[in-house]
Write a protein that binds this ligand. Structure first.
Ligand code: DAH
Length: 339
């Protein structure tokens, strides 16, 4: 029996040694240790062994099995490691190769300016809302205290879709939509696209953008308007920025004003940028007209508010010192990349 076991072991070890692939090693496992393997056959022939010798023979078989298994496992581990090393060598990455350059897009100067304005007002607790670009005459004019035959309509000629339906000339109509919802108080800004039947030149375009603002609450005064917009100007153009309010006329506000900021280029001394005046006009504003409040079902005896509106392109042109609005719409990558 001993001789037989030694022979099985010798053959197994020889096979393991000469194996040149993992499959071959697995074959050895099956042929020697498997269910129908040589060692198992020995165990099955135990019935021919004298009962008193069985424990001893059993032990010998087990020892042989353990020895073969150890050698086999080592051989398998070694072969697997060698295989992995080969694989890694084949997959080597040359980190010194030049990288593929991916061209990342970025925000348009209009978007950068808009997000900056939004950030400032959100910081003051305002909500950002959106109104429709296609409006009825009522929202764009009538409800803003601009009646059918008012000359103010001449300055804002637009594109009519049919009868009363038009492309909005100003974001001010969004004020009406928000007031009609009936939720007070209101503190909102409404950025968006507007349209006017204008010829294209360095400062005009048939489609541009505005940012509207509206605050309605009890006891809102012109002092609130001034304080809010002065703070806004400082945040947008720098801490030293001064503001000036000039009387103006808008149908939907009374009193109305235009706000100028001190020229952030020359600090107010007068330069080419501010055309020598030291001031730059930036927005229209005023206290919401009682007629406007009443038409949207808000009692002007109980509530008051202020509103303002600014041209987004104007802010972007000023902020980035761009001297022609058309550049913002041409989508010339060489231009857009600079911001
Ligand atoms: N809608 C005005 C325009 O397009 C701008 C404006 C002025 C908006 C005064 C306002 C405001 O809300 O109070 O010229």
């Amino acid at each position: 029996m001993r001789a037989k076991l030694d022979q099985i072991k010798a053959e197994a070890l020889a096979q393991i040694q000469s194996a040149d692939a993992l499959e071959k090693l697995n074959e050895v496992r099956v042929n020697v240790l498997g269910k129908k393997g040589a060692l198992t056959a020995v165990l099955k022939s135990m019935k021919d062994v004298a009962p008193e010798d069985r424990p001893k023979v059993g032990q010998m078989v087990n020892e042989t099995r353990a020895e073969i298994e150890t050698v086999l496992d080592e051989a398998i581990t070694k072969m697997e490691r060698a295989k992995r090393e080969l694989q890694m060598k084949a997959e080597v990455i040359d980190v010194t190769l030049p990288a593929k350059k991916s061209n990342m897009g970025h925000r348009h100067p209009n978007t950068i300016a808009m997000e900056e304005v939004e950030r400032i007002f959100i910081g003051m607790g305002y909500e950002v809302v959106e109104g429709p670009e296609i409006e009825t005459d009522y929202y764009n004019f009538e409800a803003l205290n601009i009646p059918a035959d008012h000359p103010a309509k001449d300055e804002q000629d637009t594109f009519y879709i049919s009868g009363d339906i038009l492309l909005r000339t100003q974001t001010s109509g969004t004020q009406v939509h928000v007031m009609e919802k009936g939720k007070l108080p209101i503190r909102m800004i409404a950025p968006g696209r507007v349209f006017r039947s204008d010829e294209v030149d360095a400062t005009h375009s048939p489609s541009f953008h505005q940012i509207e603002g509206l605050v309605i609450d009890k006891h809102i005064t012109f002092a609130d308007l001034k304080g809010t917009l002065a703070e806004f100007a400082k945040e947008l153009f720098g801490e030293e920025t001064k503001v000036k309010f000039r009387p103006h006329h808008f149908n939907f506000t009374e009193p109305s004003a235009e706000m100028d900021v001190s020229c952030f280029k020359c600090g107010g001394k007068g330069c080419r940028f501010c055309k020598g005046s030291g001031w730059i006009e930036i927005l229209g504003c005023g206290m919401v007209h009682p007629n406007v409040l009443r038409m949207s079902n808000i009692d002007p005896e109980k509530y008051s508010g202020f509103a303002f509106g600014m041209g987004l392109e104007r802010i972007a042109l000023l902020k980035y010192e761009i001297d022609d609005m058309r550049l913002l719409y041409e989508n010339d990558i060489r231009f857009l990349k600079q911001f």
